[in-house]
Design a protein around this ligand. Structure first.
Ligand code: UD1
Ligand code: MG
Length: 458
């Protein structure tokens, strides 16, 4: 195998996106397009990867991080000009350079790999990945000579009416002999209707030198799909969603309605878990086996154990232990950690809180910066008063404790094991093990008094 290099083009603004965000940073199923392109070559033994950045260079670089080197294209003068910017990194090196446009997020590593193999096996100096498009509008068209060999690639804006009828398109993914690429790229002219330096022209130049150029047909047009506007972005999202969902279903996950299930590429889901409609699973969420993720649930960076049921709830950056039941309408955020068989019910918000096994908060409560011991029950309407307007304070509650309804727990606070807090208590002092804490106004019943009130009742 020859040395392999990659150049990713990501310097364009993406005018047709009509966006403040640079095109390659738009996401397809929760992952930026440029990262998806980098993913497609990540296991193909690239000796060097150079991403050409320009518009939004700093943002693009920070998304890519150390996955690539960078070359700067200050002015966007065309795809050939962009590749030329990688010269300092790659010129004079022996091997094969693969060029991929940063707006082709659906390309798979299998296809790139087989194109590379074809390129190397045929000893071609350049190979372009092509496919057949139902509607080839806006793509470069593959023009062949009488012998069926690639003659040139013509852009939509330069094509004759006859050429516009060609359905075989340029994917924007190529292999080149590295040394020849940087030699020929100097010769590309911008005498076309867009006044740009076109990378596809390098192929014709190589052909004109009598060197071998090849095409490699990708049978799945979707893989070569280029995203130039939001309509295309939505289509890419749909294709990617279907791929991700199919993978999970084949792994033994039931998706009740794949069309309305949104799973990020990095999410992991165990078998015999059922995902109901309108569920969104983002980032590196991990879900165990035998879970039920009920409609309208949103999970982001969540780690969910086995046998968990989540109903109509939002969980971000948090862990939920095995056989816990969450929701409906619960919100867990910022490093919550629930052990096993925890029950968090309707309209409960947890922030940075830890729950022991079998702990419960079934209704209408807020627990922030709290620790709740095993088998402890937090009654309806309990609030940890954790914030004084400047600082946050901890509430620690022991095991087997019972917090009655409508209690205010004024933090910082420590409540022991086996404690009972009477309903309606505002707890301001620590409570030792096995104590009853009660703080409420004593009730007085005035016999017959209700009828004497002006309104009869108040
Ligand atoms: C390009 C191809 C077309 C192909 C299509 C496939 C050219 C001239 N045309 O058209 O043949 O069918 O892709 O999707 O190559 N870029 C830069 N610097 C520049 C210009 C572009 O980095 O100066 C980057 C863009 O960020 C983008 C990629 O190159 O990621 C392609 O540019 P784009 O303007 O989308 O080209 P298309 O019109 O789609
Ligand atoms: Mg494009």
């Amino acid at each position: 195998m020859k040395n392999r290099y990659a150049v990713i083009l990501a310097a364009g603004k993406g005018t047709r996106m009509k966006s403040k965000l640079y095109k390659v940073l738009h996401k397809v199923c929760d992952r930026t397009m440029v990262e998806l392109v980098l993913d497609s070559i990540s296991n193909l033994d690239m000796k060097e990867v150079v991403t050409v950045v320009g518009c939004g260079a700093e943002q693009v670089k920070s998304v890519i991080g150390d996955r690539s080197k960078f070359a700067l294209q200050e002015q966007q003068l065309g795809t050939a000009h962009a590749v030329k910017m990688a010269k300092d990194e790659l010129v004079g090196k022996k091997g094969t350079t693969i060029v991929i446009y940063g707006d082709t997020p659906l390309i798979t590593s299998e296809t790139v790999d087989s194109m590379l193999t074809h390129h190397e096996n045929t000893n071609a100096k350049a190979t372009v990945l092509t496919s057949f498009a139902e509607n080839p509008f806006a793509y470069g068209r593959i023009v062949r000579d009488n012998g069926g060999k690639l003659l040139k690639i013509v852009e939509e804006k330069d094509a004759t009416e006859e050429e516009k009828l060609i359905k075989e398109i340029n994917s924007g993914i190529y292999c080149f002999d590295n040394e020849l690429l940087f030699e020929m790229i100097e010769k590309v002219k911008n005498d076309n209707n867009q006044g740009e330096y076109y990378l596809p022209d390098v192929l014709s130049l190589i052909r004109q030198c009598g060197e071998k150029i090849e095409t490699y047909l990708c049978s799945d047009f979707d893989e070569t799909f280029g995203v130039n506007d939001r309509v295309a972005l939505a289509y890419a999202e749909k294709v990617m969603r279907s791929r991700i969902n199919t993978k999970h279903m084949l792994n033994g996950v039931t998706l009740v309605d794949p069309e309305s299930t949104y799973i990020a590429p990095d999410a992991i889901i165990g078998c015999d878990t059922t995902i109901y409609p309108n569920v969104t699973i983002k980032s590196k969420t991990i879900i165990g086996e035998d879970c039920k993720i009920k409609p309208n649930t949103f999970l982001e960076n969540a780690i969910i154990g086995n046998g968990v049921e989540i109903k109509n709830s939002t969980i971000t950056n948090s862990k939920v232990g095995d056989y816990s039941v969450i929701g409906p309408y619960a919100h867990l955020r910022d490093n919550c950690e629930l052990k096993e068989k925890v029950r968090i019910g309707n309209f409960v918000e947890l922030k940075n809180s830890k729950y022991g096994n079998n702990a419960k908060t079934a209704h209408l409560s807020y627990l922030g910066d709290a620790e709740v011991g095993s088998n402890t029950n937090i009654g309806c309407g309990t609030i940890t008063v954790n914030y004084d307007g400047k600082n946050k304070f901890q509430t620690k509650i022991g095991n087997d404790t019972f917090i009655g309804c409508n209690s205010n727990l004024i933090a910082p606070l420590e409540i022991g094991n086996g404690v009972v807090v009477a309903a309606g208590t505002t707890v301001t002092k620590n409570i030792e093990d096995d104590a009853l804490a009660i703080a409420r106004v004593k009730q007085e019943n005035k016999q017959g008094y209700a009828k004497k009130l002006p309104s009869g009742r108040q």
